[in-house]
Design a protein around this ligand. Structure first.
Ligand code: PLP
Length: 398
């Protein structure tokens, strides 16, 4: 009963032991370069291509539509910068106000080189408004990029509807599915997306490897130049062990996604019910139905400034949770831009605690968390403001 409870799977997930087993040979004896023609090289190539097929199967894509990258961030950069560069124009990106920094900062970079950026508003539950997308599509747009699931509040966006509308206007659609991959079913054909980003470490795979789905008719320009690996879209010797890990993680997720989702949604429901029962001032952020199964973001009305103390108290009691807000905002002690975009006032937007559960969490852990919580809340009230702020800063992983 002394072991820690890890409830921060939106920041990163522990490696599934089956993924580690799949990777192990490629961290040892099977060290070949997939571009080499000898037996060692051919073995590595075979492993990379198997992983490509596994990742493709997770999202119902063709293997040749998967480009391996070094992260979800890089997949997002390649999608946006690659589409704008391929268009041969300064470009116009339409995105939402609540995207991850991997999208927002890439947009900022593109704006510096002359691109127009439109940020669509969201409603109080974090859903991108279709009417605002329709209005934005009246002008010349290069690409629409909307995340599949929000990393702060867990809301799922209506990607199928938004992408369908976008396609009717002949515009490319990208979705950052880093938080959604392996947690909810994703079928690129049904969703009508042209580009979709994934990251291995969010689905019990290794850190430092991601993938971009690129529909076979989509023209992208590379953003990294060199030996022409990954069909010229991502030069560099492949991270074979990492790619094998992503492939294995995708395969396991495809098989276990449904049962994981049912179990995690039930855990989340139990925690949410208990929280609102024990603490009348507790309020839950995000959409009530359209949300990630194991994700729960909440605050306490009137105690927004004590949440950093609560995070520290939980950590000291053996539970890892997150502040779930943008890094920059927490450094400056500012309210979360995601909550502000959802219409929360500056004070309510200051405090948010994010619990994100994963495959290896158990019912006993949920029960133990609910036992620990009241004491942690009580002690949080006594934590001085400064240490609360630094606790928030320290855990601002997305
Ligand atoms: N997009 C979203 C929605 C994320 O939550 C994250 C990571 O937290 C990323 C992109 C970046 O992924 P990576 O950590 O693989 O660069």
């Amino acid at each position: 009963m002394n072991s820690r409870i890890y409830f921060d799977h939106s920041a990163t997930t522990p490696l599934d032991p089956r993924v580690l087993d799949a990777m192990a040979p490629f961290l040892g004896g099977a060290f070949g370069n997939p571009s080499s023609l000898h037996r060692e090289g051919r073995m590595a190539r075979e492993a990379v291509e198997k992983a490509r097929a596994q990742v493709a199967a997770l999202i119902s894509a063709q293997p040749e539509e998967i480009v391996f990258t070094a992260s979800g961030t890089e997949a997002d950069n390649l999608a946006l910068i690659g589409a704008v560069r391929a268009s041969g124009k300064p470009g116009h990106i339409v995105t939402s106000a609540i995207e991850h920094a991997a999208i927002l900062e890439t947009c900022r970079f593109l704006a510096e080189s002359g691109a127009k950026i439109t940020h669509l508003p969201v409603d109080a539950e974090g859903i991108v408004r279709t009417d605002s997308l329709l209005r934005a599509l009246q002008s010349n747009v290069t690409l629409v990029s909307i995340m599949a699931a929000n990393n702060v509040v867990g809301t799922l966006e209506p990607i199928e509807e938004l992408a369908h509308l976008t396609k009717l206007h002949g515009v490319l659609f990208h979705s950052d599915a880093v938080q959604a991959g392996g947690k909810i079913p994703l079928d690129v054909n049904r969703l009508h997306v042209d580009l979709l980003s994934l990251s291995a470490h969010k689905l019990h795979g290794p850190k430092g490897v991601g993938a971009l789905y690129v529909h076979k008719n989509v023209k992208l320009s590379p953003i990294i130049f060199g030996g022409g690996q990954e069909r010229g879209l991502r030069s560099a010797t492949e991270n074979v062990a990492g790619i094998v890990g992503l492939g294995a993680a995708a395969e396991i997720a495809r098989q276990e996604l449904e049962s994981d989702a049912v179990r995690l949604a039930q855990f989340r429901e139990n925690i949410a019910l208990e929280l609102t029962r024990q603490f009348p001032n507790c309020y839950v952020f995000g959409h009530a139905v359209h949300r990630l199964p194991g994700h729960l973001s909440f605050g306490f009305r009137g105690q927004e400034r004590e949440l950093g103390g609560l995070l520290s108290a939980l950590d000291a009691a053996g539970v890892a949770v997150s502040a779930g807000s943008a890094c920059s905002a927490q450094h400056s002690g500012e309210p979360s831009p995601v909550l502000l975009a959802m219409g929360y006032d500056a004070e309510s937007a200051r405090g948010l605690l994010r619990l994100s559960l994963g495959r290896f969490n158990t019912e006993q852990e949920v029960e133990r968390f609910l036992e620990i919580l009241p004491q942690a809340v009580a002690s949080a009230a006594h934590v001085p403001r400064n240490s609360a702020a630094s606790a928030l800063t320290a855990v601002a992983a997305q």
